[in-house]
Design a protein around this ligand. Structure first.
Ligand code: AMP
Ligand code: MG
Length: 402
């Protein structure tokens, strides 16, 4: 059985190799968070565009204040958005504000706190080296340098750069459309009142949220009964989109028909089992030139297997690099036992901050227990080789997205 890291790697290599050409579109800067940059964006000029003062103080020649206290003549001032007309000559200084361009002739800025003004004389009480409190022109980026590479997911730092270089409209990749198909005779729409042994289709909606988180556009196809004809019809419909994600119907039961239907449609299976709990029967296939994930229907299995296996496929189809699973090491607050030889993902909560972070598994009834996940904020990962984790041990924590 595949280790989850191998299964994930398989997804990444197959999807990267077979990714279709990606379409682009243009969106306003204010609407591009969460999108993926489609073209390289370069600096329109040097950054900073001038030698910028990082302090309120005095621009001067460092050599003039090599021995302090030193008295300099105040030759004027320069504010942000202004350029000083003239040069700073020997024995002079110019009062300067944060963000203002350093006047020619000056090579350092002394903070105002280290000075005293007496008439038009400024007494500098502390020496600074040349370059102090100045960010030189072009030191952050040179004109024409690529600032946001095609394929970069756009978050607020990229938005700042796009704004700085004047991209009011941003060329991004079109979001992949992800068909979501729930399966199961017991499943009813969330707006319905379920019978005593029916359950509502929550998976389609948790998946939709995860799909948005990883850059896709969910297309909810509802629920297919556990019946070949209906399932096949809806699977065919799902295969019209860029990616198809099914939930339920991938276990060993008599009415688990997802693999049967995919096989009828000529699917090539890349895996149909991974050594994890929850989520062991997860399926990854190619069918009619589209990628398909069949995720087990228990809500926690659906959530975990989406994040582990479907998310990297979606990210790559969205034009981004495969997301990196984010782990941290934390001390375990209370001991945990496990009896399987599968990697376990247990809903858990982080407590504390900084170097004092501990993690505590929350009360959990197994893969149907969405309540536990909602009370948790991460997964405690218990390796397949470990049967017992003791309180105080360093353990692996998977931070979840969304
Ligand atoms: P399955 O993977 O088809 O064996 O489904 C396992 C269990 O997951 C079912 O018995 C349901 O309790 C639950 N389940 C299946 N589909 C959904 C769904 N769309 N939303 C919420 N729970 C589901
Ligand atoms: Mg089912």
């Amino acid at each position: 059985m595949l280790h989850y890291t191998e299964a994930r790697q398989r997804v990444v290599s197959i999807v990267s190799r077979q990714r279709p050409a990606l379409a682009t579109e243009t969106v306003p800067l204010a609407a591009c968070a969460g999108r993926v940059q489609a073209v390289d964006v370069t600096a329109d000029r040097d950054y900073p565009p001038f030698n910028r003062s990082t302090r309120d103080g005095y621009a001067l020649r460092a050599a003039d204040i090599a021995s302090v206290p030193a008295s300099l003549r105040r030759a004027g001032e320069v504010r942000a958005g202004e350029a000083f007309q003239g040069r700073v000559s020997q024995g002079e200084c110019v009062q300067i504000m944060t963000g203002a361009p350093v006047p020619d002739g000056a090579d350092a800025v002394v903070m105002i706190e280290q000075t005293e003004m007496k008439g038009d004389q400024v007494l500098v009480k502390r020496a600074v080296p040349a370059g102090a409190n100045i960010v030189p022109r072009g030191s952050e980026a040179r004109r024409e340098e690529v600032l946001v590479t095609a394929g970069t997911p756009i978050a607020y730092p990229q938005i700042s750069l796009l704004g700085q270089v004047g991209c009011a409209q941003v060329t991004v990749f079109r979001r992949p459309r992800v068909a979501v198909l729930s399966t199961g005779d017991e499943v009813v729409p969330v707006g319905d009142t379920p019978g005593p042994v029916q359950i509502r289709n929550s998976n389609s909606y948790s998946l939709a949220a995860q799909i948005v988180e990883f850059g896709g556009e969910p297309v909810l196809l509802g629920n297919a009964r556990d019946e070949i004809k209906e399932l096949e019809r809806l699977v065919r419909r799902g295969l019209e989109e860029d990616l198809l994600v099914l939930t339920g119907g991938v276990s060993m039961g008599k009415y688990d028909l997802v693999e049967v239907v995919l096989r009828r449609l000529g699917a090539e299976f890349h895996f149909d089992e991974v050594a994890i709990r929850p989520g062991r029967p997860a399926v990854f296939a190619t069918c009619c030139d589209k990628f398909v994930f069949g995720l087990p229907g228990n809500p926690v299995s659906t959530m975990v297997t989406f994040e582990l296996f479907a998310a990297p496929a979606l990210a790559i189809l969205a034009g981004a690099p495969a997301p990196v699973l984010r782990f941290l090491k934390a001390r375990l607050a209370a001991g945990v036992a496990q009896k399987t030889n599968l990697t376990m993902f247990l809903p858990a909560r982080l407590e504390g901050e900084g170097s004092e972070v501990t993690v505590r598994a929350v009360s959990y009834q197994g893969s149907g227990d969405a309540v536990a996940v909602a009370r948790a904020d991460c997964y405690l990962v218990v390796p397949e080789t470990v049967n017992q984790l003791e309180a105080g041990e360093w353990v692996d924590v998977l931070l979840r997205r969304g």
